[in-house]
Design a protein around this ligand. Sequence first.
Ligand code: C2E
Ligand code: MG
Ligand code: MG
Ligand code: MG
Length: 279
Amino acid sequence: LAQASTSKPVALYNSDHASQALRRIRIEADLKEAIDQQALNVHFQPQVNVSSKKIVAAEALVRWNHPEMGMISPAEFIPIAEESGMIVALGEVVFVKTLKTLKSLDALGCSVPVSINIGSDHFLMGNFVEWCVNTVEKEQVAIQFVKLELTESALLSSLEDGVRVLDRLREQGFKIALDDFGTGYSSLSYLLELPLDQLKIDKQFVDMLSKDKRSEKLLSHLVGMAHELELQVVVEGVESEFQVAFMEHAEADLIQGYYYYKPLPQDEFIRVLSESTEG
Ligand code: C2E
Ligand code: MG
Ligand code: MG
Ligand code: MG
């Protein structure tokens, strides 16, 4: 009896799965077109200095407003771009658009470093360093304002190669951030092995703050340890006053989160940035 009541009818054809598969196929096809036609946009999420509360940096985040499907989250289409080999073309579009924004900031006298997310296939392409250097030269942007964000998984697919590429990028003047720290394996030894400038603590870590008292200790010590290694610490996904106060107490360097700003279209970003630097 118990068996009969728990067993669900077996569907050989599940319409939910089918529509998910169709959505994926459509996204893959239309994303290719969006990349080719430069239809992707880049938004900028300000990063705020923990003590001064001023905007001192930003992260570039790709946005896609699909003509029929509306806004599609990068959390959905970036993995598709990575699996279907489009991440390099997408990454190049975002990189160039971000450099153009950096150029506008320079012209307005309010330059701040801007981070660009780099997919692992892009990063591990043979000519990645040369391509970055040439593009920055062509767009006439000061290289120290360009920060590249990589995730652990992007770097770990080939740690030795990864370290070599990071070294060469830093020699050229690029800054390097390790993104999403606290997700994945986050082995502490990678912090010693990887040549980095900045550590970005993931939102998942921040979300634990109110749920588990011990996470406060963990986060404080993580910040302290990163500082010992001369890494700047950015905390991602900060949404509450409590979290802000905690990050002040833990002496993190920068806060990136909805509490201060969501990712903003370029013009709005430039507006809030110039207001923030004026005051
Ligand atoms: P990420 O690089 O870790 O970027 C931070 C994500 O957290 C962004 O989501 C941002 O909008 C979100 N976020 C920031 N503060 C808060 C907060 O307080 N609350 C909440 N709930 N979310 C917050 P987004 O823009 O949807 O991007 C998702 C992911 O997609 C990024 O995570 C990154 O891995 C990837 N991505 C975005 N743009 C690009 C790109 O141009 N190239 C590549 N390769 N990946 C990208
Ligand atoms: Mg990022
Ligand atoms: Mg992140
Ligand atoms: Mg993330």
